[in-house]
Design a binder for this molecule. Sequence first.
Ligand code: HEC
Ligand code: HEC
Length: 162
Amino acid sequence: MKAPPVALALAAVALAGSLGATAAQQPGAKQEFVWPARISNAKVLPADIGQERLRTTMVGFARSLGVRCTFCHVGPEGAPLSQLDFASDANPHKELARGMIRMVQKLNREDLPAIVGESESGRPRVTCYTCHRGSEHPETQLPPPPPRPAAAATPPQPTPAS
Ligand code: HEC
Ligand code: HEC
């Protein structure tokens, strides 16, 4: 059985609250944010993505990068979600994110299957979190140096033959 629209709307409000973006949201407020079922300005994701997949995708982006919706979307930081202009492309991070989505799609659809074969589960192997790990700047420096071997673990040196 499908959840009634009211339950979905409440879920969206609860989520918005959990993101801390709608502290001022009042019950019965005129404008409540409701996740759309379609992306009106879709350039990478399927326009008919559906309410639930759009929600999990966007929340996934925000959590993977450790940011709020306003990192990519236009509107005042901390404003209720109903006041953000999600269809606008005026925030340059949105176009950057589109490039990242294309990169991840190509990795999962072409590059990884060519290297390690098709994914058995059909789940993506690489996500935004794979690199970002909760940060807008993934580690791009050299990896840390190897740990120093503990003194006790050092094998005894052979006595040099003389
Ligand atoms: C890392 C960047 C990023 C973050 C963070 C992000 N989004 Fe998005 N969002 C996008 C991109 C990119 C698109 C357009 C996808 C396309 O072009 O196919 C989009 C599209 C949307 C749309 C559809 C807009 C339309 O054209 O109809 C909604 C609604 C939306 N996002 C809501 C949110 C919400 C709510 C949050 C916070 C929980 C959020 N987004 C966080 C990048 C982001
Ligand atoms: C293969 C590793 C990798 C994956 C996977 C990845 N990114 Fe990135 N991303 C990077 C790197 C590297 C940068 C540049 C980091 C910097 O600016 O310090 C970056 C930068 C960004 C930026 C610009 C940040 C800024 O402050 O300018 C956005 C937005 C972004 N990524 C979104 C995404 C989204 C959304 C996804 C998932 C669809 C994603 N990335 C997946 C590696 C990755």
